[in-house]
Design a protein around this ligand. Sequence first.
Ligand code: KIV
Ligand code: ZN
Length: 448
Amino acid sequence: MSDKLIIFDTTLRDGEQSPGASMTRDEKLRIARQLERLRVDVIEAGFAASSNGDFEAVKTIADHIKDSTVCSLARANDRDISRAAEALAGAQRARIHTFIATSPLHMEKKLRMSPDQVFEQAKLAVRFARNVCGDIEFSPEDGYRSEPDFLCRVLEAVIAEGATTINIPDTVGYAIPELYGEFIRNLRERVPNSDKAIWSVHCHNDLGMAVANSLAGVKIGGARQIECTINGLGERAGNCALEEVVMAIRTRRDHFGLDIGIDTTQIMPASRMVSQTTGFVVQPNKAVVGANAFAHASGIHQDGVLKARDTYEIMRAEDVGWAANKIVLGKLSGRNAFKQRLQELGIELESEGEINAAFTRFKDLADRKSEIFDEDIIALVSDESVTAVKEHFRLISLAQRSETGERPQASVTLAIGEAEHAVHSEGRPKPLRLAKQRLPSPRGRLAR
Ligand code: KIV
Ligand code: ZN
């Protein structure tokens, strides 16, 4: 079995399905370029048949992206598949991802089709798709809640028709790691031609286990493609988070033994870009990309990290695109951490006595203020230098406007030295509340 794990990013398709996260064509292209820098293997750019706007977005991405395969979603019918093929015509490498639901619940209540009808439609769709594109992915939607016997029958048929990737979605995030891993292993063992396709996992995060389930699908099930999104963006509680699953595979290579082509130093830029574009703020304690992911506030931890980084860190902040680990100074910080920050700020105190005096003032301040910023330290050691900093950067004006239904706007003018810099920016209009249950969109809130 191959040791290469394919990273299939669906931020621009499944991620975009998150309420309030829809993106324009240009925003999608910008993110697609960042995904290419991140070196994801496949970019699912959208669902070409769903709207003219999404068709244009898939087409534009297909025309510009050179290194990653560009994919479009398509329902299992000729019209959707033709539209996807048309949008992907300019791609260096194209994939059509076609799907139909196979769980009893979805077939009966949503599709109102019998299992035999679904079987036929899946087969015909893959046959049609294979005539227009050499790289075909098939997903049985709600696959994890499908009857294994029926699923095996469908999967054997679509592989025989030429599907090259078989993706098993846990559409509603119902799976448990061991069970999902065993589910996939069982399918691979039972489908006679399973070795003719690459198996893929696609997990939603409704129970907070999308990453764990995906990893189990790989480790126990033998899947060799993971579908994921930046920051775990996606419908409801989101999809498997790319940054988490990639860093788990990379950090625990001893356990997984798999290669991935991702340039992990591009993770932070990708996370920031998706957050800024959608307005979905990343929680501070989010693994890998949260503001606190590499921050240490306890004195004991700070001291340990300063002596040997790996006492409290299993990954290097630089490896995922952070500048470095962050020692957050506060009342628990020790003298060592304080001294190190002085050095980083280029502040040289003459004697140990001066350092001790500054440290006492620092502790005093830390009792009153939970986080001590660099500016506070500069102020502690020299009133003159802080005055100089204040004079160098002066806020001339700040105007903001944010009302429901209107685009939030902000204008700021700063003097930096002698020069004045003004900038104006607009966010997304906050959607009007349409129904009682509907949550306000996070768009328009300040992203990091
Ligand atoms: O979650 C899901 O089932 C999907 C499919 C369309 C692959 O996103
Ligand atoms: Zn999905």
